[in-house]
Write a protein that binds this ligand. Structure first.
Ligand SMILES: [Zn+2]
Length: 396
C-alpha cells in the first residue's frame, strides 16, 4: 500500500515526502484535520516509509543518524542499503510487503488494536489494571499512543513511557515513530511531552494528530511543524467510493460523499442504514409539523425512543438529521441548491421548501435547540419532541 493509495491532499503528502527524501524530517509533526480526514493513515504510511527495508535511504538522512548514534551510543553502524542506485529526484515510498512495512501496517486498524489493548487491560488483576496504560504497538520502533479510557485523555504515565523509551536507538528500523492519536492531553502529560520536544533524539519522530491544533499548548505547537489535511471535493470521494463501496449505488455514493464533509475516512465507514432510518423519522416529524391535525405518525416515531444509551444515540442521530434537513431546505429556499446534501430525496425536500416559509425554518432550527437543551436537562425525550412539533404548527 504505497503513498499513491492515500486519497487527496496531494501537495501536503508531497511536501512530507520531500522532507523525508532530503533527510530533514522535523522531529515533531502536527497532523491536523477533521475526523476521518486521514491523519492516522498518513502517519502510519510515513512510519512505514521511514522504516521500509526496500527503501533506499538518501545520504543526508543516513549520515545524520549514524553521527548522532555514534555520539550518543558509540555505535557507528551504517545502513548499507543506502549506496548505489538511489535516484535523488524520486520521492520516498514504501513497499508494503517487507517485514517492517507489514508489521507497522498491522497498526493501521486503530479501532481494532485499541479494543484489543483495552481488553487485555480489563483482564488484568485489579492492582495492575490501575497502573497499566493503553498503547498500540505492532513493531518495536513504532508506538501508537491513544487517549486512555475511561477519561479518553492522554495521561502522564503514557508520556513517561515515551520518555523512557525514545532515547534508545531503533531496534529493527531506522526511525522511531510515536503517534499520539489525540490532542486531549492531561495537563501534566502535556508538560512532560514538552520536555521531550525540547530535546528530541535525531532518530525519532513524534506525530501529534488533532482535529483542533488550538487544543495543544502554544509551546508544543511552536516546537512542531503543522500540516493540515483539508476537505476533499464530493466528486473525489464519490470516485473513491465507487472503488471501495461497490455495495452502494450511485445515488447512495453521492449522498455519502456530501454527508461526509470531505473526510474520506468518514465516507468509507458511513453507517448509511442508520442514517437513512434516522432521516425517515426526521422527515415524519418535519412533515407532521408542517401539516395540521393528525399526529398519529408523529407519536409512532417518538414512541420508539426509549431511555438508555441506545435511545440517546438514536435521539442524537435524529437531531443531527433534523438539522441537516432544515439546512438543506434553507439551501433550496435561498437559491443554492448545489449545497444540498440529501441529494437522493431532493424532490421531497423541494416540496417542503415550497410549503414552509423562511421564518418557519428559522423557528424550527431554534426549536431544535430547545429540544437539545431539554434533553440535557433530562426531560422525557418524546415529550420535548412533541412540543417541538406542536410549536411549529401553522397557527392560522
Ligand atoms: Zn517495506
Amino acid at each position: 500500500m504505497p503513498f499513491s493509495d492515500f486519497i487527496g491532499n496531494v501537495e501536503t503528502v508531497q511536501r512530507l515526502r520531500e522532507m523525508l527524501g532530503r533527510g530533514h524530517f522535523p522531529p515533531a509533526v502536527i497532523l491536523a484535520g477533521a475526523e476521518g480526514a486521514g491523519k492516522y493513515t498518513l502517519a502510519v504510511m510515513l512510519a512505514q516509509a521511514m522504516n521500509c527495508q526496500e527503501r533506499r535511504v538518501p545520504k543526508a538522512e543516513k549520515s545524520e543518524q549514524s553521527l548522532f548514534g555514534a555520539a550518543l551510543f558509540g555505535d557507528g553502524s551504517v545502513e548499507d542499503s543506502a549506496e548505489g542506485t538511489s535516484k535523488s529526484d524520486e520521492l520516498p515510498d514504501f513497499c508494503g510487503h517487507c517485514a517492517n512495512c507489514r508489521r507497522i501496517a498491522l497498526a493501521a486498524d486503530l479501532d481494532a488494536r485499541f479494543a484489543e489493548a483495552v481488553e487485555v487491560r480489563e483482564n488484568l488483576r485489579e492492582t495492575d489494571k490501575k497502573e497499566t496504560r493503553i498503547f498500540v504497538q505492532t513493531h518495536p520502533d513504532v508506538l501508537v499512543i491513544p487517549p486512555d479510557p475511561p477519561q479518553m485523555m492522554i495521561k502522564v504515565d503514557q508520556v513517561r513511557h515515551v520518555i523512557r523509551n525514545i532515547y534508545f536507538r531503533p531496534a529493527e528500523g531506522r526511525e522511531k515513530v510515536y503517534i499520539f492519536t489525540s490532542s486531549a492531553f492531561m495537563k501534566e502529560a502535556a508538560n512532560s511531552l514538552l520536555k521531550v520536544l525540547e530535546e528530541p533524539p535525531e532518530f525519532a519522530t513524534i506525530f501529534l494528530l488533532t482535529t483542533n491544533p488550538g487544543e495543544l499548548l502554544p509551546t508544543i505547537r511552536s516546537r512542531a511543524m503543522t500540516f493540515t489535511l483539508g476537505a476533499l471535493a464530493p466528486a473525489e470521494i464519490e470516485k473513491q467510493l465507487a472503488k471501495q463501496r461497490p455495495d452502494w449505488d450511485a445515488r447512495q455514493r453521492a449522498l455519502v460523499a456530501r454527508l461526509s464533509e470531505g473526510a474520506m475516512g468518514r465516507a468509507l465507514t458511513w453507517d448509511l442504514q442508520a442514517y437513512v432510518a434516522a432521516r425517515a423519522q426526521a422527515l415524519v416529524l418535519l412533515k407532521s409539523a408542517l401539516g395540521k391535525g393528525d399526529h398519529s405518525e408523529l407519536f409512532k416515531a417518538t414512541e420508539s425512543f426509549r431511555p438508555g444509551p441506545e435511545g440517546w444515540k438514536k435521539m442524537d442521530e435524529l437531531l443531527r438529521t433534523l438539522y441537516l434537513l432544515l439546512e438543506d431546505i434553507m439551501f433550496l429556499q435561498s437559491g443554492t441548491p448545489h449545497l444540498v446534501r440529501n441529494t437522493d430525496i431532493a424532490g421531497e425536500l423541494r416540496k417542503m421548501a415550497e410549503a414552509a416559509d423562511f421564518g418557519w425554518v428559522k423557528r424550527a432550527a431554534a426549536g431544535l435547540g430547545e429540544v437539545e437543551r431539554g434533553l440535557r436537562r433530562n426531560l422525557l425525550r418524546s415529550l420535548s419532541l412533541d412540543s417541538f412539533v406542536a410549536a411549529l404548527e401553522p397557527t392560522a
